[in-house]
Design a protein around this ligand. Structure first.
Ligand SMILES: [Zn+2]
Length: 252
């Protein structure tokens, strides 16, 4: 059999979360990211006769880690989690930090520490496939709420994502793009908005998004090249602008 490229399957859980299942068809193996709940993922692995080779966790929130114990009880595999969340994630056994590389099957993930949403938050960047698994740091047309980190930290984390190659596909955990679009439209109607993205691009984005969502298709993965031109949080040029946006978004 020809060597096929690995693929990412999205498993929707809860209201608007995705569990990412990275599948290596050549070896019938799979790696799972942020299983907030286990039954759907476990069934998916069984139905497709996939062996679980690892679980990657981005941060300690329960909608990202809640399904780990039950998943690995049925499909034993190593569980990677941020070192900084060691006391908060009892279900993990391998700790990762900035600069570490996680090698599982055909994947070599670089660990990026991206504090803001939480202090210990990491993202997993796969340079060969140009995939970023970014948890709750960046969303379609938006970014994660700051539960633990400072505005400075969150702003810096977004600057690091901006430095990745433009062709990067961003796998964020939540389907928040439509509600963020409402925010973007409100923003572009403000007289004194300091952030103005490309309005034509935003209109195109909105049309594509709404037709995908009408067909019940996900807006994830995001294209970084497009987010760079329309996502106000990526367009913010300073911590002050970022703070203004985040505060405005929180009030919505
Ligand atoms: Zn979270």
């Amino acid at each position: 059999m020809a060597n096929t490229r690995p693929r990412v399957e999205l498993i929707p859980i809860f209201e608007d979360n995705y569990v990412f299942c990275l599948i290596d068809d050549n070896n019938q193996e799979a790696l799972v990211i942020d299983p907030g709940e286990s039954s759907k993922t476990s069934n998916y692995l069984k139905e497709n006769n996939l062996k679980l080779t690892g679980v990657l966790l981005t941060h300690h929130h329960n909608d990202h880690v809640g399904g780990v114990r039950s998943l690995i009880s049925e499909h034993p595999a190593p569980v990677y989690a941020p070192m900084k969340n060691k006391s908060q994630i009892g279900s993990a056994d391998t700790w990762v930090a900035e600069g570490h590389t996680v090698r599982v099957g055909p994947f070599e993930f670089q660990v990026l520490e991206l504090p803001g949403h939480t202090l210990g938050h990491v993202a997993y960047w796969e340079p060969k496939f140009k995939w970023l698994f970014s948890g709750d740091v960046l969303f379609g047309l938006g970014c994660g709420r700051l539960f633990e980190g400072t505005y400075e930290q969150a702003y810096e984390s977004l600057q690091r994502i901006k430095k990745l190659p433009e062709e990067t596909l961003v796998y964020c955990t939540h389907e928040y793009t439509e509600s963020n679009l409402t925010f973007c439209n409100m923003l572009s109607n403000l007289d004194d908005s300091p952030i103005t993205g490309d309005s034509e691009e935003l209109e195109m984005y909105a049309n594509q998004l709404l037709s995908r969502r009408e067909m019940n298709l996900p807006s994830v993965p995001l294209k970084l090249s497009v987010e760079l031109r329309v996502n106000p949080f990526l367009l913010a040029k300073s911590v002050a602008q970022f703070t203004y946006l985040r505060d405005l978004r929180n009030k919505q």
